[in-house]
Design a binder for this molecule. Structure first.
Ligand SMILES: [Zn+2]
Length: 778
């Protein structure tokens, strides 16, 4: 039977009350009974009510009042269920209450004390990937998963993790200065004085010993090189000094090389994360004079172990020769503190830097070239080291072959209290809480997998190798991957696939803001509305598209698995990737009472529970249609601004988008209808087929053939920008081709994207039909 909408209820009640007025007439009584039965069938009531009605069967002369009471109380119940908060996307009505009850229990479980204890322990010593401490941490994490009753394992991979053996930066004329490249310990913070801190360096720099005149290149992005060119300043044969910020650090030496530079220094200007913004550590949260940002400077053709692109670096796997790998920089790169950068900047003359180039150091910023001449020398020990991913599973009771995953990395550059332990501790706390629910009798219908990744800092190594090892299984089984990384006490950030937009909007309604007496959705909405006046009060918050920079990358960009990346922003920090990112710093200047960590654990816990237990997986297509439409608008505007020698037509794509829009709306309507009713036979094979279709739809965005010149990245809706590294470029194939004036490539990529959209639309139509059939056949 088809399901009636619950809005039909008042009129049914009216009809019924009219007939029960003449219950002394057996015929009228029979009619009333039939109608009551029909009404109850339509409403598909709770099992208790059905039992009551069955008992009354055959007794037409039921007192009129009883029937009215039955129907009216059901009506009231149904009204309650229609209230916001009494439906859950993807859950049939009869499953909402039990789900909510378990979620209420879950919300109580994450403990700020446990978060604090884990942070204290995990950040107590330096633990970069490949170190002995990192191995100890892997053992501890495994023991935690085991203690909570998960089937757990450490999966080991190998990776090329070179560490520096020699680092030298010196000014050799007109004056002499040797950079210290050493962060001093701070007496207030004992963790800053530990041994075994990895030196300040940029991973995957080239080795070399170069000497040349210095040029200041601001952030070292394409516009900056254009500016230099306009002023007639060449970087060819020279060493560039760039400041951190705006793009991924690997982009800076890459562009410097492209312009002919022979070395690249990257420093942290106090304007970007130092005293310009506030007091420096230990007095305040910002970067002190000698603080250095370490970090990988890999050229991001592919993440993971540099020697095994596209396959897993398990023991014995074949490897590229070092010179065959394309992710190393071609010139020496080293990071500097502003203490070390100041004498170098002072040595420059030439034009005064434009206003937007000036940092906050007490000098007039010049661009050079020279007269300062600088020598940069760096060499590495190129060793292959073990990498440990810790995996814990709660097996699904009904659909063990559908996986919902949640991960965060565990390796740090030094102590890493904020990055990554703040997020690692939240995974542990969420896992502990769900383990506790299992002890109380809860079981997920789908399998939940927790993952703690190693060597993220070097280039997303642990997560990428794991994905490459399990690629066939993940293609088949992965429903969604949730990711976190550093988390603080600022604004909640919702990033990910738009197909999970409605889902995550609903989840954040369920979690109170720790300090504001509202739920997190209301807080976010108020922030979004003040930024954009036109945002309607009840429209979903649009989640942001993902570029790269954390462990979701392989899941999303390589395999097309739906992902969400969630965290609270860090409100002002200058300790990123330095020895000062410690327990003391975090508990003084970030989420000191761990209340936001607990809120993130509640969000993750509820998200996992809903994804694991939904009757119909909560994907939506209305949000992607809206997002894609806005991206196509942007790209068409970009095209119109460029002086294109050949015509690109967006008309067919627009038509496809309209069809997608209609099928998305139809699917949404059918899903709403489904979720407003009870179901008893919810494990029907039809629903299983539907769910598979739903989570596989995201895969269609990542066709077998990857993006031009970076094949490993396959997703055609989201990718990190080639020249941004972190930030997303949406519809990247078309957008980046237009930005580069590659018109033939733009045309080809437009065709690819349109084909992707056609297949996604067809799948949405198929999903709607399957859902309708599943309901009708019940
Ligand atoms: Zn991190």
């Amino acid at each position: 039977m088809r399901f009636a909408r619950s809005e039909n209820l008042p009129s049914t009640t009216l009809v019924l009350s009219k007939h029960v007025n003449c219950l002394d007439d057996p015929q009228a009584g029979h009619l009333a009974w039939k109608q009551a039965q029909q009404c109850i069938k339509i409403l598909s009531t709770s099992s208790q009510l059905v039992v009551m009605i069955e008992r009354l069967k055959g007794h037409y002369l039921v007192p009129a009042t009883l029937l009215i009471v039955i129907v009216q109380s059901w009506h009231a119940l149904s009204e309650v269920h229609k209230r916001p908060g009494f439906s859950i996307r993807g859950f049939f009505q009869n499953r909402v209450r039990p789900e909510k009850d378990w979620e209420d229990k879950l919300r109580e479980l994450p403990s700020t004390n446990c978060l604090r204890d884990n942070m204290k322990f995990l950040s107590s010593k330096p633990h970069h990937a490949g170190s002995a401490r990192s191995r100890e941490i892997a053992g501890y994490l495994l023991s935690q998963f085991q203690q909570w009753g998960f089937s757990s394992t450490i999966e080991e991979f190998e990776a090329l993790l070179p560490t520096p053996t020699e680092r030298l930066v010196e000014l050799i004329s007109p004056s002499q200065f040797k950079a210290k490249m050493k962060e001093p310990a701070i007496s207030e913070d004992p963790d800053s004085s530990q041994t075994l801190q990895i030196p300040t360096f940029n991973a995957y720099s080239a080795e070399g010993d170069v000497t040349g005149e210095l040029v200041y290149v601001n952030y070292g992005i394409p516009e900056d090189y254009q500016n230099l060119k306009d002023l007639g300043i060449e970087v060819k044969g020279r060493i560039v000094l760039a400041r951190y910020g705006v793009c991924h650090r690997g982009v800076k030496p890459k562009l410097a090389t492209k312009h002919g530079a022979i070395g690249c220094l990257i420093y942290s200007d106090p304007k970007d994360d130092g005293y310009f913004l506030g007091d420096v550590y230990p007095l305040g949260a910002y970067r002190p004079e000698e603080g250095v940002q370490r970090g990988s400077a890999n050229d991001r053709y592919y993440p993971g172990d540099p020697l095994t692109p596209g396959w897993a670096s398990v023991k014995g796997a074949s490897k590229l020769k070092r010179e065959e790998a394309t992710v190393f920089q071609k010139i020496p790169v080293l990071p500097l503190s502003y203490g070390d950068a100041l004498p170098l900047l002072k040595s420059l003359r030439g034009p005064v830097a434009p206003e937007s180039w000036r940092g906050a150091l007490p000098i007039t910023y010049h661009m050079g070239p020279g007269p300062g001449v600088v020598r940069v020398k760096v060499s590495f020990e190129w060793s292959i080291k073990p990498v440990y991913d810790i995996i814990g599973r709660i097996e699904g009771s009904e659909y063990p072959n559908e996986w919902v995953l949640y991960g965060n990395h565990h390796d740090a550059w030094v102590n890493g209290a904020a990055d990554p332990v703040s997020g690692t501790a939240v995974v542990l706390e969420t896992a502990r809480s769900l383990g506790e629910l299992v002890k109380q009798g809860w079981s997920p219908r789908r399998t939940i997998i927790f993952a703690l990744w190693d060597a993220e800092e070097w280039g997303l190594v642990g997560s990428t190798e794991w994905v490459e090892k399990h690629v066939a299984e993940l293609q088949q089984k992965a429903v969604a991957y949730l990711n976190s990384d550093s988390t603080g006490k600022g604004q909640l950030r919702l990033e990910g696939c738009h197909s999970l937009g409605k889902f995550i909007n609903e989840v954040v309604h369920e979690v109170p803001d720790p300090k504001r007496g509202k739920n997190l959705w209301q807080v976010l909405k108020a922030q979004a509305s003040s930024a954009q006046k036109e945002v309607s009060r009840d429209v979903d918050i649009r989640i942001a598209p993902l570029g790269s920079g954390s462990d979701y990358t392989a899941f999303l960009d390589h395999l097309g698995i739906a992902v969400l990346n969630l965290n609270f922003a860090s409100e002002g920090s200058g300790v990123y990737h330095s020895i000062y990112d410690t327990f003391r710093w975090y508990t003084q200047f970030s989420d000191s009472d761990f209340l936001y960590g607990r809120a993130l654990s509640q969000i993750m816990g509820i998200s996992l529970m809903r994804l694991a237990n939904a009757d119909v997986l909560p994907f939506d297509y209305v949000s992607p249609v809206a997002a894609i439409t806005s991206y196509v608008d942007e790209i068409e505007a970009l095209y119109k601004k460029a002086r294109a020698p050949r015509r690109l037509s967006f008309a067919a794509l627009r038509r496809e988008l309209q069809t997608f829009g209609r099928s998305a709306a139809a699917y949404e309507k059918t899903l709403q209808t489904a979720c407003s009713h009870n179901r008893y036979h919810d494990s029907s094979p039809k629903l299983s087929e539907l769910n598979r279709l739903l989570y596989q739809t995201e895969r269609l965005f990542a066709p077998e053939i990857g993006l031009p010149r970076r094949e490993w990245f396959k997703h055609r809706l989201y990718a990190p920008g080639v020249l941004t590294g972190y930030d997303a470029k949406t519809i990247p194939g078309v957008r980046e081709a237009i930005e580069r004036d590659s018109w033939e490539e733009a045309r080809q990529e437009l065709v690819v994207f349109q084909r992707v959209l056609t297949r996604v639309t067809q799948q949405t139509v198929a999903a709607e039909r399957k859902l309708r059939l599943a309901l009708a056949n019940n």
